[in-house]
Design a protein around this ligand. Structure first.
Ligand SMILES: Nc1ncnc2c1ncn2[C@@H]1O[C@H](COP(=O)(O)OP(=O)(O)OP(=O)(O)O)[C@@H](O)[C@H]1O
Ligand SMILES: [Mg+2]
Length: 239
């Protein structure tokens, strides 16, 4: 059974239709990526899964349960959390305060346990736990955004453009951490504009173009598809 299933989901901002009837499934244990260019509707989809936006048509199921239209805190409690686009850490709060906020639905002892796990995954955050988040580097802020989402101990972790604006070496580090989180048992939906990296990390992928899914396949098939190579992998294309 799919852990997450979107059926004919439509999302609009007033009169503007941003997502036009998408179907998407994620199985337990997978890393699935949603790729597509600027404005394709990736963030809109992520924000709808987490209840920040409501679809005007369609159904979202999590572990067989209808979560369409539920509010965000209910959805977090059920086991989905999001590291949002642009990180959105609280700049005047310390690293540890940001992380504690991510665990707001949990008990103190659970928070302490998961804090240890997050620090093991991102030792840089442990070194900087009393530093104000706004003074962290971009890569460190991304680690913090992922760590904060992990504090809810999600079964499904949504990552919206974790590579954005990071130097290649930091991107590597973040991707390694994403794979490790997945190996430890968390299912992942990864949104990326960087199609190459996303497809190299994921098991399967969906290509979103102007609000519609136009391709869905195993990641290695997408990585070698002419259409994806031409439009999304640019000059670094593989032979
Ligand atoms: N609050 C909003 N009000 C009106 N239109 C919006 C709003 N947010 C997004 N849109 C529009 O919805 C469409 C999808 O936007 P979305 O942010 O989901 O794209 P995206 O795939 O995440 O793009 P990017 O890769 O640039 O982050 C775009 O045309 C965008 O202009
Ligand atoms: Mg986006």
């Amino acid at each position: 059974m799919a852990i997450l299933k979107l059926t004919d989901v439509h999302i609009s901002y007033g009169n503007i239709k941003a997502v036009k009837g998408i179907n998407l499934e994620i199985n337990k244990g997978e890393i699935v990526t949603l790729i597509g260019s600027n404005g394709a509707g990736k963030t809109t989809t992520m924000n709808t899964i987490t209840g920040l936006l409501k679809p005007f048509k369609g159904k979202i199921e999590f572990k067989g349960r209808d979560i369409t239209g539920k509010n965000t805190s209910e959805i977090v409690k059920l086991g989905i959390s999001l590291a949002p686009e642009g990180r959105q850490v609280f700049p005047r709060m310390t690293v540890i305060e940001n992380l504690e906020l991510g665990g707001y639905t949990r008990t103190k002892s659970q928070i302490i346990e998961t804090l240890g796990e997050v620090f093991d995954l991102f030792p840089r955050l442990r070194e900087r736990k009393y530093q104000e988040a706004g003074t962290l580097s971009g890569g460190e802020q991304q680690m913090l955004a992922i760590g904060r989402a992990m504090m809810a101990r999600p079964e499904l972790l949504l990552l919206d453009e974790p590579s954005m604006g990071l130097a290649p070496i930091i991107v590597e580090l973040v991707l390694k951490a994403i794979k490790k989180i997945n190996k430890l048992g968390t299912t992942i939906l990864l949104v990326e504009q960087n199609a190459r990296m996303a497809l190299m990390t994921a098991d399967r992928g969906y290509l979103l173009e102007t609000g519609k899914i136009v391709m869905a396949a195993n990641a290695d098939i997408l990585l070698h598809s002419d259409k994806i190579i031409k439009a999304y992998l640019g000059e670094n294309k593989e032979d």
